[in-house]
Design a protein around this ligand. Structure first.
Ligand SMILES: [Zn+2]
Ligand SMILES: [Zn+2]
Length: 295
């Protein structure tokens, strides 16, 4: 296995949202109120990602809350599809994206110490042909809450296509909050980190030490390398699904009228990766990052 397993790492879980707008672009709340709203809902960190803008948000950090500056940038798409929506986490200067190739935009984000997320592929109509030429992003939004306004918030297939035909990439659930309540506090990441410093939260994101959720909790994932078995423990679920490439995987369903809190999967000998998806009784989901067995 090539990446770390956050469930077996020391540290604490920190709840965060990586995609948010304010009145600096098309959001409904001013920056200070946006940060206050997330802090009051129990979030540990929030990334402000106004379209094409970057604001210095350090003043909104406290001892138990981390404000991270970022941006949502929109390079044109030379590969036939619609303009890209790319969230840059932890950048400090605007990216002049209108005139730049998307890979130059991704390079700029990296050069600033940031990390890039491919946003809401389903809503954009993006397919693997739009994404395969890109280099240097670390994650794709597997869920985007504001895109549920047209029912196109889930992007599990886009994530799996990238895993199968691109390379290692993590999955992020985010609000993409624009409004005051309707697209807020519904999708987030749980990040395992030794503390709430910017440096360690970024390191945890970069290495995939997190899972994404709309509510369900994943309490443990263990990989037995001798038996090649992956075991997951979680809050009460209706299904636990193990997804590997293409037609490989397994779905475990709860017995009728009961909840499921544990399941196991024998990892196929040729598996490149396995990721875990939980669905609870109300249809809410959680997604582990993939565990990579070969690259
Ligand atoms: Zn967007
Ligand atoms: Zn957005």
């Amino acid at each position: 296995m090539f990446n770390i397993n956050p469930f077996q790492q020391p540290g604490q879980w920190y709840r965060g949202n990586t995609h948010t707008h304010s009145t600096e672009s098309d959001g409904k709340l001013p920056i200070a109120e946006r940060f206050a709203a997330y802090r009051e809902r129990g979030y540990d960190f929030l990334v402000l990602t106004d379209h094409r803008k970057v604001n210095d948000v350090r003043r909104y950090s406290t001892s138990d809350f981390l404000a991270i500056s970022g941006s949502e940038v929109h390079p044109q798409n030379p590969y036939g599809g619609a303009t890209y929506h790319i969230v840059a986490i932890n950048i400090h200067e605007p990216v002049n994206c209108a005139k730049m190739h998307p890979n130059a935009v991704l390079d700029d984000i990296k050069a600033q110490g940031g990390e890039a997320v491919l946003c809401h592929p389903y809503w954009c109509g993006h397919t693997i042909s739009d994404f395969l030429p890109l280099r240097g992003y670390f994650a794709v939004e597997v869920y985007n809450d504001t895109c549920m306004g047209i029912g196109k918030g889930f992007a599990e297939q886009a994530w799996d296509d990238l895993l199968d035909r691109g390379g290692p990439v993590f999955g992020i659930a985010a609000d993409d909050a624009h409004g005051i309540t309707h697209d807020c506090f519904h999708g987030w990441v749980m990040v395992k980190s030794p503390d709430l410093t910017l440096e360690n939260i970024m390191a945890a994101l970069r290495t995939g030490a997190f899972y994404s959720t709309l509510g369900p909790e994943i309490s443990d994932i263990n990989i037995n390398h001798v038996d090649k078995e992956i075991t997951v423990k979680c809050s009460s679920a209706q299904s636990i699904v193990f997804k590997a490439e293409c037609h490989s995987g397994r779905r475990v369903l709860a017995p009728e009228g009961e909840g499921l809190t544990e399941a196991a999967y024998q990892v196929p000998e040729a598996a490149k990766y396995v990721r875990v998806e939980i669905t609870d009784e109300t249809g809410k989901k959680a997604w582990s990052n993939p565990f990579f067995f070969s690259l």
